[in-house]
Design a protein around this ligand. Structure first.
Ligand code: SF4
Length: 339
């Protein structure tokens, strides 16, 4: 039986950090063997908020792909591609924009959140940002993805794509299956200062950071502020380092808890042990990164092959879409039977 298809994307924001790895990439690595997997760099999505700052978008896309490969996303098992290389997604986005009521978008939580996050005045909302959920749905439906990996909080976003599929099927006949969620657990990683990990806060630990940089960042992490002296008992629950133990070394959590509360370990020692643990976890990523860094053509080949395969898949869907919508009788012949 053919594998179910899955699709997931990430905006190219440059080098990725631990939050991306443990929140997204470990899930991709797990899912890629089980599903016919498509993972893409969402460069068009990046334009919805960064249309006036595109200087680094190509370089950021390459760096992001390198991080994916370093994290074990395997081009032998998954199709890795760049969204803007698959023009059929833009065509489907246009067709869906014809049939999507504007009030669906105006009440969509994604659009509202983005506008609030960016402190956008109503008159600076672009058509691209307002229509962002349609583009997201077009990504999913262009590839006829059966499944989409999402966290619980992202379920409403997927529901929008399901609404799009239902509306299209109602208007033109059964064409799209409604994509289902694969609920994923995302380990939440705070930054070195205890806030949400983010490049813009300067509190992130990058997957590409060398071991000495990782150690130095761990040594600056915020701990229990009440623990002033080595002999003071600490409260691990308010400590950033302890939250890393929970994710990266759960087998040590109860030991660290006891050592901290009884002041039998100092914060410096506790951080050193975490730095070693983290560097040990990142070593396999460093090896894989080195493999690709030694042969720059390899990354180009991965992207070129992925773009080609992704485009072929989306072309099949668009041929079917044009047919049911009675558009363009001179549509090129479909080479494979529709899925
Ligand atoms: S001993 Fe470890 S867990 Fe306790 S406050 Fe220090 S760094 Fe945090």
């Amino acid at each position: 039986m053919a594998k179910k298809r899955i699709l997931s994307g990430m905006r190219p924001t440059g080098q990725l950090h631990l939050g991306h790895w443990l929140g997204v990439l470990t899930n991709w690595e797990r899912l890629q063997g089980e599903y016919d997997s498509y993972f893409f760099a969402a460069d068009w999505h990046a334009l919805t908020t960064k249309y006036n700052d595109t200087a680094d978008i190509r370089q950021d896309t390459r760096l992001m792909f390198l991080d994916w490969l370093a994290a074990g996303v395997d081009p032998e098992q998954a199709t890795l591609f760049i969204q803007s290389s698959v023009l059929e997604v833009a065509e489907l986005n246009l067709l869906f924009s014809m049939i999507t009521p504007v009030n669906w978008l105006q009440r969509n939580p994604t659009v509202k959140e983005q506008a609030e996050e960016l402190h956008l005045a109503e008159d600076s909302m672009t058509q691209g940002l307002l229509g962002y959920p349609v583009l997201m749905g077009s990504d999913i439906l262009a590839f006829k993805s059966d499944r989409v990996p999402v966290g619980k909080d992202q379920l409403p976003h997927l529901e929008f794509s399901r609404d799009m599929a239902r509306r299209f099927n109602h208007l033109y006949g059964q064409t799209f299956a409604e994509p289902q969620a694969v609920l994923t657990e995302a380990a939440s990683m705070v930054g070195t200062d205890g806030r949400k990990m983010s490049k813009s806060y300067g509190n992130d630990i990058k997957l590409a950071d060398p071991a000495d940089v990782v150690t130095q960042k761990v040594m600056t992490m915020v701990t229990d502020p009440q623990r002033q002296r080595r002999t003071d008992p600490g409260n691990p629950e308010v400590c950033t380092v302890f939250s890393y133990y929970k994710v990266l070394a759960p087998q040590l959590v109860s030991q660290v808890d006891t050592e901290c509360r009884s002041a039998t370990i100092g914060c410096v020692q506790c951080k050193r042990r975490m730095a070693e643990t983290l560097n040990g976890a990142l070593d396999p990523l460093r090896e894989r990164r080195e493999h690709f860094a030694r042969q720059p053509d390899l990354l180009d080949d991965v992207i070129r092959d992925g773009n080609r395969k992704a485009r072929e898949t989306a072309q099949e869907t668009l041929a079917e879409v044009r047919e049911v919508m009675k558009l363009n009788v001179h549509t090129p012949a479909v080479t494979k039977s529709p899925r």
